[in-house]
Design a protein around this ligand. Structure first.
Ligand code: B12
Length: 227
């Protein structure tokens, strides 16, 4: 299979929510055809750049899944099936993405803020940063503000990454920054934010150090920030 075709097939199967060959898929009748696990393994075997698999195969497909949900073509279980595909793909891709990581560039705490269960983007950022040499401490999703503050304090982290995918939860990022300030920790930690509803303007508004549109931009922006 050609590389472009492989990437398209990966994306198609994420949208169909097919982790394994026996899965029938959203449109049904697809059982027996290669699904995400097999296709990602093949892509790695063919020497495809794991980062292009993340961007071209997985992330693009999840954008489409979101659009389908907006149009009410997809319901929550359908979004979850696609999310499961990305999780399975990332399990295969992680060792390839973290190969270079030695954990020497500083401690990076990452969390999805309170009330928000979206963790795929946050997980991708965590894996990419590990690969970039940061010591990543992943607090998970739906993390209460106080727990984030405690972690920054306990680990004396140089960096904090906050993720939010909902317009209702993104305000929680501002709350974290306010509390960091109140506790006298704000000047000790650089705060990066991300997630679909966030923006550079929003980062400025809440006093974050920067907004990143994806994991690759995060790595780039971090180069300019000393630990
Ligand atoms: C999968 C998904 C879910 C799954 C999440 C599963 C999981 N384990 O994560 C489930 C089914 C649980 C879910 C639930 C809901 N969802 Co949802 N979901 C999505 C979907 C389709 C994809 C998100 C995703 O994984 N994208 C792929 C990743 C790779 O991209 P990403 O998250 O944006 O991350 C990248 C960048 O943003 C950035 N980034 C992200 N975080 C960070 C952090 C840092 C520090 C940095 C530097 C960068 C960074 O880098 C990442 C990697 O490159 C989106 C649609 C969309 N287009 O975003 C809707 C979406 C976010 N969901 C939506 C909604 C409405 C909901 C629900 C409220 C639905 C409901 N009625 O219950 C619930 C809320 C649950 C909750 N309390 O959180 C809406 C949000 C609307 C809004 N404006 O607020 C969206 C936009 C769909 C839509 N178009 O309507 N959802």
């Amino acid at each position: 299979m050609r590389k472009q075709e492989l990437l398209e097939k990966i994306g198609f199967n994420v949208i169909q929510g097919r982790v394994e060959a026996e899965d029938e898929g959203f449109d049904e009748g697809l059982e027996g055809q290669p699904a995400v696990i097999q296709l990602v393994e093949e892509a790695i075997a063919q020497g495809l750049d794991p980062r292009s698999i993340v961007l071209e195969g997985l992330t693009k497909a999840m954008d489409l899944v979101g659009k389908k949900f907006e149009r009410e073509d997809y319901l929550i279980p359908d979004m979850l099936a696609s999310a499961e595909c990305v999780g399975a793909a990332m399990d295969i891709l992680s060792p390839h993405l973290v190969k270079a990581g030695a954990g020497s560039k500083g401690k990076f705490i990452i969390a999805t803020v309170a009330g928000d269960l979206h963790e795929i983007g946050k997980n991708i950022v965590a894996i990419m940063l590990k690969g970039g040499g940061y010591e990543v401490i992943d607090l998970g999703a739906d993390v209460p503000t106080d727990q984030i503050i405690e972690a920054v304090k306990e680990h004396q982290a140089a960096f904090l990454g906050l993720s939010a995918l909902l317009t209702t939860t993104m305000r929680g990022m501002g709350e974290v920054i306010e509390k960091l300030t109140k506790k006298g920790l704000r000047s000790k930690v650089k705060v990066l934010i991300g997630g679909a509803p966030t923006s550079a303007e929003f980062a400025k508004e809440i006093g974050a150090d920067c907004h990143c549109k994806d994991a690759f931009e995060a790595l780039d922006r971090l180069k300019g920030m000393a630990a």
